[in-house]
Design a protein around this ligand. Structure first.
Ligand SMILES: Cc1ncc(COP(=O)(O)O)c(C=O)c1O
Length: 384
């Protein structure tokens, strides 16, 4: 069996009708995204061919292959976190009003701030894009294994790229130190993973993903005529996106609550390792075509939500992701590997009792990334 599936015994179903005691969603997030150049809802695409093959009622793909002019969903979080972090830093609080990007840009330029981020590709490019909008500098740290194409795309946004001699986890730590030591405290770290539980910026990243789910709710109703979603399959790197999924469904009153199924590459399955151990556990990562998901440690604020909020974690092989990528492309969805990982996970699940997949299921696959070049490699063989 190429994929391995872990059914989460720590899963605690939230009450079906009442929202848990989570803070209400920030209603300013979508208005903020609508103010950015090129905003439009990403499509939710019904794929009847996959639904028929899987024996489910609906297979709906939330297609994030193009989002605010970039080929991944990450700018939803990066933009909102940058906006909030700079707003705090520069004393431009909202006071009920949304501070315009232009006002933020003027203040940020006058202050001479520089944005810092660690990335496997997409987050750093999104932070660099925001720096471009604001007219401030960006210094983006990447692990040494990141491919040249991803690096040149970040440079193409006008950012300085620092190739760090280490893996993603080590790069995250180095970036935090570099931001803190930057000239006269002018470095602003936009991290999409929390190193400690009180990391506000990582919380804003999670909050920024809310726009995707607000759109999805409207689109599910439009397509299926009901609000029912039975399963959501979501890719995991550090787990911030999945934290946002779990948070959204916990605070939306509905019955039944959807099951959240997380997918990771086998070579970076830190969520599955953590669930198996019953505590947050780091793993040593190896090469995967799912570059954006090649993370060895979960976000410190994500793990407590994921541990009780997801139903299963699936670890997939690159070869299955490669096949899923081609399948989605043949259905007209321009998916890259991280985006297709959700389909690879769904295809590895049989209609068993535990995950209750069957003819009534309404499954949403989060397709987080657009098509890009990648190289298939076997980790069991020495690299060239
Ligand atoms: C395309 C893509 N999909 C999924 C993920 C995973 O998101 P998270 O790290 O929030 O778990 C990432 C992370 O960078 C990504 O770039």
């Amino acid at each position: 069996m190429p994929s391995s599936i872990f059914i989460n015994q720590l899963y605690r179903p939230p009450s079906s009708s009442s929202p848990e005691t989570l803070p209400s969603p920030n209603t300013g997030v979508r208005a903020f995204h609508q103010s950015l150049p090129g905003y439009k809802p990403s499509p939710l695409v019904s794929v009847p061919a996959i639904a028929a093959r899987q024996g489910i009622r609906w297979c709906l793909v939330k297609d994030e292959t193009e989002r605010l002019g970039l080929p991944a969903f990450k700018i939803l979080g990066a933009s909102w976190a940058t906006y909030r972090a700079l707003g705090e830093r520069l004393g431009l609080r909202e006071n009920g009003d949304v501070v315009s990007l232009q006002r933020l840009a003027e203040a940020a330029k006058a202050e001479g701030v520089v944005l810092f981020a660690a990335t496997d590709g997409n987050h750093g490019r999104a932070v660099a894009r925001m720096a471009g909008y604001l007219g401030v500098g960006a210094r983006i740290y990447v692990p040494s294994l990141l491919d040249e194409e991803a690096i040149s795309k970040i440079r193409g946004e006008g950012a300085e790229v620092v190739v760090y001699d280490g893996d993603y986890d080590q790069t995250v730590l180095a970036t935090k130190v570099a931001a803190e030591n930057h000239a006269e405290g002018k470095g602003v770290l936009i991290s999409d993973t929390a190193l400690t539980v009180d990391d506000e910026t990582a919380n804003w990243i999670v909050e920024g993903y809310q726009t995707m789910f607000d759109e999805m709710e409207e689109q599910v109703l439009e397509i299926t005529g009901t609000r029912t979603i039975t399963h959501v399959v979501t890719p995991v790197g550090v787990g911030s996106l999945t934290q946002a999924v779990v948070t959204h469904f916990q605070r939306t009153p509905r019955s039944p609550k959807p099951m959240v199924i997380a997918v990771e590459p086998k070579s970076a399955a830190c969520l599955k390792a953590s669930l198996e151990a019953g505590e947050m556990t780091s793993v040593k990562t190896e090469y995967t075509i799912c570059t954006g998901m090649c993370c060895g440690t979960l976000s410190a604020i994500g793990w407590p939500m994921l541990k009780s909020g997801i139903s299963a974690a699936v670890a997939v092989e690159d070869s299955d992701v490669d096949t899923a990528t081609k399948n989605l492309q043949s259905c007209g969805i321009n998916a890259g590997p991280c985006g297709a990982a959700s389909l690879a996970a769904l295809e590895s699940l049989s209609s068993g009792e535990e995950l209750a997949l069957g003819p009534q299921s309404v499954v949403v696959l989060l397709c987080t990334e657009g098509r890009r070049g990648y190289e298939m490699r076997s980790n069991s063989q020495p690299e060239p």
